[in-house]
Design a binder for this molecule. Structure first.
Ligand SMILES: Nc1ncnc2c1ncn2[C@@H]1O[C@H](COP(=O)(O)OP(=O)(O)OP(=O)(O)O)[C@@H](O)[C@H]1O
Length: 325
């Protein structure tokens, strides 16, 4: 072990990943720093093409970094793959099993490559595939194949488990069963690194997370920390009176923005939901105005995520503006 911080099992510093060379070169990961602590679930979120898989492959030791350093359990996961790989479990987006083998044969073949694996039947039972043991992999449904991937990733009792979009294609019940399995692994001390497009999944499971956009990490922290930077929202309709006109709302305390859609839905962004909502309701009561379809919500991870994507679009539009002018 070369690491001095025993609570960190993964450290990533200044990592870049470039594809191609010369004029066709493309930098998919642009100087990422992150730390994953022992026993936590760290989720990596991001827009399509943000660079999550490109970064994860470097951390998993499947590909070298073009620049920067990665340490997993104190070792370089690419150069010292033989040391790191037996201590990790990896569930890729595409596993690529031999299609003619049965579920059990596939699991047995994988079992033979591992140091101290759990029994094959136990691994298949963990993902509720015991009853599909004799079925050829090519006959499994997409969701069943994902579950087989998961069984193989956990079979070696890894210290660190990498899950790249593990629940894509799973029905809601299987997704919840996969979450339960992940929670049990966390309780047993496993560290988990997860990429997902399901924000609910990250909200359910993640101790900390990072949001990537165009090769960079643009937000990082707990769900509460990331969401704290986003405003709360109040929406309502009203037929008459000054509360239908956003210009009259600007005196409300902690108000950030107010607007009205074409269909008459008034939307307010607030820095303090309780304070703004109390003042709004007081004004409505005093004026005898009814607010219908009233909705008030704190910021969600989804809104923080969309804000990241929108910031990216705004920056891209700005970059294009002089050329279009
Ligand atoms: N082998 C490759 N050669 C060239 N470009 C690549 C290669 N693999 C990925 N890319 C590009 O790198 C960028 C990041 O891709 P990556 O698959 O890491 O993103 P992602 O965040 O995992 O995306 P998604 O959420 O859509 O799975 C994309 O623009 C992609 O087109």
């Amino acid at each position: 072990m070369t690491t001095t911080d025993t609570s960190s099992v993964i450290t990533v510093s200044g990592v870049q990943r470039r594809y191609g060379t010369g004029s066709s070169a493309f930098t998919a990961v642009r100087g990422v720093d992150l730390t994953v602590r022992r026993g936590e679930l760290f989720a990596l979120l991001g827009t399509n093409g943000a660079g999550k898989t490109s970064l994860l492959e470097v951390v998993e030791g499947i590909a070298p970094a073009s620049a920067g350093t990665v340490r997993v359990l104190g070792e370089d996961p690419y150069r010292d793959r033989h040391l790191v790989r037996p201590r990790t479990g990896i569930m890729l987006q595409e596993a690529g099993f031999p299609a003619d083998l049965t579920t059990e044969e596939t699991a047995r073949m994988w079992h033979g490559t591992l140091g101290s694996p759990m029994p094959v039947a136990a691994a298949l039972d963990l993902v509720d595939l015991g009853h599909r043991a004799g079925v050829q992999v090519k006959s499994l449904s997409g969701g069943e194949r994902r579950r087989l991937d998961l069984a193989l990733a956990v079979m070696g009792r890894p210290e660190i488990l990498f899950l790249d979009e593990p629940t894509t294609g799973l029905d809601p019940q299987s997704r919840r069963a996969a979450w339960e399995l992940v929670r049990n692994l966390l309780e047993a001390g496993t560290t988990v690194v997860l990429t997902t497009h399901y924000l609910e999944e990250a909200e359910e499971l993640a101790d900390r997370l990072a949001i990537m956009h165009r090769g960079e990490i643009v937000r990082t922290g707990t769900v509460a920390e990331i969401v704290a930077d986003e405003p709360a929202r109040i929406r309502y309709r009203t037929t008459a009176g000054d509360l239908a006109d956003p210009r009259t709302l600007h005196g409300l305390p902690a108000l950030l923005t107010a607007g009205r859609s074409r269909t008459g839905l008034v939307e307010i962004e607030s820095l303090d939901l309780q304070v703004t909502l109390a003042a709004l309701l007081e004004r409505a009561n005093t004026a005898g105005e009814a607010l219908t379809n009233l909705e008030a919500s704190h910021a969600s991870l989804e809104r923080a995520f969309l804000a990241v994507a929108n910031e990216g679009e705004a920056a891209a539009a700005e970059a294009l503006a002089p050329a279009n002018a």
